[in-house]
Design a protein around this ligand. Structure first.
Ligand code: ADP
Ligand code: MG
Length: 422
């Protein structure tokens, strides 16, 4: 199936070059066949053979639907180079889960800098934070092209700062760039936890912009109260404006998003298969889109309609916990992800510390170890300073009993599980 799209292009003494009509086919080949192809070729040649992969758009075999999609996105030129013009309000599906956040975003877009300033949009992975914050940027840029709209991820901001620190001109340029914005959009602010200089810089940028009534919007993967490793005076600034959240979409919203996605892809899929997918993928929109794209590629490649059985087989990867069981997630990974979520060290989680945050992280690690691995309670205990099974069982029951009622625990578990899944 994947080989069919690989074309012989060239050869040299040490290897061959294969070409593909698109990056998608190239990537798929790389993931699914490259290792095997290398082995077979090297066996055949009796020496190591390298395989070069290139995209050659002269190859005419893309399906007509795919061409249409490329054309559509080609036509839409980026209006602002920091923004992705695909992220607009027009294609953001509204449901109960995001109605409030979306309305606030629209108010901001119509009158930047006047109300809801600063604004924090928070929510778990794949729930539309980047889409929404960029929709604000695109809308403002479309309606007021003179306004200086800057979108940046906290990570890029940090990297730019690091590059600018040692050079005076670069430093002035960097400061000037952000402090002269009319609308500053900072994505994934949780990234700056424990990064003191970045926090300092953001703090000053913040003050300067808010003094001039310039709009600031930022996103975070959790509410401010759960954000650790960030300077209190910065948190106080963040807290001043509006805080809105994005929740996982309900079934009906998932269905609306899925229908739209299928329409965009020109993907013909029966209603009951689509219902099946939306009933089962509850985590977030990114997973839902991922599942549909996978099924679409599959149906294009094999030229077959997607049945419920095919869908079932393919969406396994997108259904969390209960399906993850039996795969090779290790306790080390669980402890690692939990440590990074709570901003504590793995060492402390395994150890004896009675610090409140560490204890909670330890209990959640134990709980996740019991749901995501096949280890017994005694085996799990060994990873945590040789605790016995009753201690592990106590921790698991404790988390189970508060998981449903405690929003922050629920969110932590969801986020850690999602990261482990990735
Ligand atoms: P986050 O930044 O919260 O991790 P993204 O904004 O990247 O999530 O969203 C993940 C994907 O889901 C994107 O392709 C985005 O366009 C899509 N998406 C999220 N929410 C919606 C929505 N309400 N309507 C349509 N598409 C959505
Ligand atoms: Mg994002």
């Amino acid at each position: 199936m994947w080989l069919r799209n690989a074309h012989f292009k060239d050869e040299s003494a040490t290897g061959i070059t294969l070409s593909f009509s698109s990056l998608f086919y190239l990537d798929s080949f790389k993931k699914k066949c490259l290792d095997q192809a290398l082995n077979v070729l090297s066996d055949f040649a009796g020496t190591d053979i390298s395989i070069n992969l290139v995209v050659d758009d002269q190859i005419k075999e893309e399906k007509p639907q795919e061409k249409k999609i490329t054309k559509l996105s080609e036509k839409k030129k980026a209006v602002n180079e920091t923004l992705n013009s695909e992220y607009t309000f027009d294609n953001f599906i509204i449901g109960e889960n995001n109605l409030f956040a979306c309305n606030v975003a629209k108010v901001i877009s119509n009158n930047p800098g006047t109300s809801f300033n600063p604004c924090l949009i928070y929510g778990g992975v794949g729930l539309g934070k980047t889409h929404l914050i960029q929709a604000i940027g695109n809308y403002i840029y479309d309606h007021n092209p003179k306004m200086k709209v800057i979108y940046v991820t906290a990570e890029t901001f940090t990297n730019e700062l690091i590059n600018a620190i040692s050079n005076r001109t670069a430093n002035a340029k960097f400061k000037n760039k952000y402090r002269t914005a009319d609308v500053l959009l900072i994505d994934d602010i949780h990234f700056i936890a424990d990064k003191v200089s970045t926090q300092e810089e953001i703090f000053h940028t913040f003050n300067e912009l808010t003094e001039k009534n310039k709009q600031i919007v930022f996103t975070c993967d959790r509410p401010l109260t759960e954000l650790t490793g960030i300077n209190e005076r910065l948190i106080t600034r963040f807290r001043k404006g509006a805080n809105v959240d994005l929740q996982p979409p309900q079934y009906e919203t998932r269905m609306a998003i899925a229908l739209k996605k299928c329409k965009d892809l020109n993907f013909k899929i029966s209603q009951d298969v689509l219902e099946y997918i939306c009933m089962n993928i509850k985590t977030n929109v990114r997973d839902l889109e991922g599942a549909l794209t996978t099924l679409y590629s599959f149906s294009e490649l094999v030229g077959r309609e997607i049945t419920k059985e095919i869908a079932m087989e393919h969406i396994k990867n997108f259904i969390p916990t209960q399906m993850i069981k039996n795969t090779e997630i290790t306790i080390d990974q669980i402890i690692g992800q939990t440590a990074s979520y709570f901003n504590v060290s793995s060492f402390d989680i395994r150890g004896k510390s009675r610090n409140k945050n560490v204890s909670l992280a330890r209990h959640i690690s134990m709980y996740l170890s019991s749901t995501m691995t096949n280890l017994s309670l005694t085996e799990i205990g060994k990873y945590f300073d040789s605790k016995d099974h009753t201690t592990v069982s106590y921790a698991i029951n404790k988390i189970k009993s508060i998981e449903e009622s405690d929003e922050s625990i629920k969110r932590a578990i969801e986020s850690i599980t999602n990261n482990l899944k990735k």
